[in-house]
Design a protein around this ligand. Structure first.
Ligand code: GDP
Ligand code: IMO
Ligand code: MG
Length: 429
């Protein structure tokens, strides 16, 4: 039996949702383990589009169990809205197919407000967050003043937790000249939705233990990408969680030995949304072309994504950091019409060549990509179901990419549709 972890290997939006949905035909359980509703995972099934933020992408399939682990920060109102939204599309969500960790940290209205206040006040040095309160909620988790799902079960406990959280937040709010957050009103609002949230609440570590003894296959669905990881990313232009594969264990309650295969989702070019370094960014008409053909607008905030060439150095580094066994190469079709295609195979900094992405922000901003140029294939790759049937120039590009990043290509995606995916190596077997 194999359990598979899916992570983004770039700056997010690599097509994780599509691949999780496609692979979940083989899985019994899909688990989100970090991030929150900053994620936006898109699935397209027979022309119908589903955009998932907090719900695991397995939710759309019948007879699968979806789990939101303790490592996720959960805005309870956003979760209820998303459940209603997906139900209105005919997807069944109930306490049998959705499990929420009782230990997950809740995102409170004051987290979202703090995210917005900070971004607005930072001006040009803003992070470009999704303004969902993700960072402030993780800060409270580590600061030991979070309100967690289980706290909703007892008014007395909730009151105590809110007193502790608000003594911190209201001191800051007063200092910033913002109105204080009123405890009783917030408590009332939380108690109102508590039963609707608590009905999904379980001990996830215990459920995973059961799943393992029942030999169920588990797919762990990462959010964001390795270069948005709070330790390994382009700090401070990162999210506030660890996005690497090993987070799947801590963020759900199982050991690292429960992970058997790490699948990195990798776009055939690069995108980034929000601020921060991006060595292969294209601000010319090719960048515009990638953005238009790839429909590169954020799922969560509708912001235009920055686009650029495939950065092999970056992805190779993600593979080493996250222990990626194989990659799913997505959005190959977006390159279909290009005359020539470039791949970054090294950087130059201060006249020296380097083969890694440096950790310091000033160096990350300074590196200049060294490119290898490939001939385009100038024909459609969508609908192709076998690697052999891809155009020769596409095969050359993919093979070089595979050799350079030092990981096997496990699948290739050539359209947003579930069915347009070429399987090379089954990560579950
Ligand atoms: P995620 O956050 O990694 O799940 O990715 P998003 O859903 O935010 O963004 C990926 C976008 O690309 C979505 O609109 C997908 O429907 C779309 N997509 C995924 N795979 C492919 C592909 O192979 N080709 C094309 N053209 N679009 C794709
Ligand atoms: P998925 O799962 C792309 C980016 C934001 C910002 C930074 C910090 O769909 O790939 P945050 O709100 O997390 O504090 O913002 O991280 N970001 C993402 N970019 N895809 C995502 O998720 C992202 N989630 C956060 O744009 O730069
Ligand atoms: Mg996304």
């Amino acid at each position: 039996m194999k359990n598979v972890v899916i992570v983004g290997s770039q700056w997010g939006d690599e097509g994780k949702g599509k691949i999780v949905d496609w692979l979940s035909s083989e899985a019994d359980v899909v688990i989100r383990f970090q991030g929150g509703h900053n994620a936006g995972h898109t699935l397209v099934i027979d022309g119908v589009t589903y955009k998932l933020r907090l719900l695991p992408s397995g939710i759309v399939r019948k007879n699968k169990i979806s789990v939101i682990g303790n490592g996720v920060v959960v805005d309870p109102w956003a979760l209820l809205d998303e459940i209603e939204e997906i139900k209105s599309k005919g997807v069944d969500v109930n306490e049998n197919n959705l499990i929420l960790s009782e230990s997950a940290t809740l995102i409170m209205p004051y987290h979202k407000e703090m995210d917005e206040i900070r971004e607005d006040e930072a001006g040009d040095s803003k992070i470009g967050t999704t303004r969902r309160g993700i960072g402030p909620a993780y800060e409270d988790k580590v600061g030991r003043r979070s309100i967690r799902v289980m706290d909703l079960a007892s008014e007395e406990n909730l009151d105590n937790r809110l007193t502790s959280a608000l003594s911190h937040h209201n001191a800051i709010r007063k200092g910033l000249d913002k109105p204080v957050c009123e405890k009783n009103q917030l408590k009332k609002n939380l108690l109102k939705i508590a039963p609707k949230i608590l009905k999904y609440s379980k001990q996830v570590w215990k459920k995973i233990d059961e799943f393992k003894s029942q030999k169920k296959k588990i797919l762990f669905e990462g959010a964001q990408g390795i270069f948005l990881d709070v330790d390994h990313g382009t700090y401070p232009f990162v999210t506030s969680s660890n996005t690497v594969a090993s987070s799947a264990a801590t963020g759900s309650g199982c050991g690292p030995n429960s992970i058997n295969y790490v699948l990195g989702i990798t776009k055939a070019y690069t995108t980034r949304v929000g601020e921060g370094p991006f060595p292969t960014e294209l601000t010319d008409e090719i960048g515009e072309h990638l953005g238009t053909v790839g429909k590169e607008f954020g799922t969560v905030t509708s912001r235009k994504r920055r686009c650029g060439w495939f950065d092999g150095v970056l992805v190779r580094q993600a593979i080493k950091i996250s222990g990626i066994d194989g990659i799913a190469l997505t959005k190959l079709d977006v390159l279909d019409k290009l005359e020539e295609i470039k791949m970054c195979i090294g950087y130059e900094i201060d006249g020296n060549k380097i083969d890694y992405f440096p950790a310091a922000l000033n160096k990350q901003l300074k590196v200049k990509p060294i490119y290898k140029t490939f001939k385009g294939w100038k024909s459609s790759t969508s609908e192709i179901k076998e690697f052999e049937n891809l155009p020769d120039n596409a095969k050359i590009y993919i093979k070089e990419l595979e050799d350079f990043i030092e990981a096997k290509i496990s699948s290739i995606s050539t359209s947003p549709e579930r069915k347009d995916t070429i399987l090379l190596i089954d990560p579950f077997n």
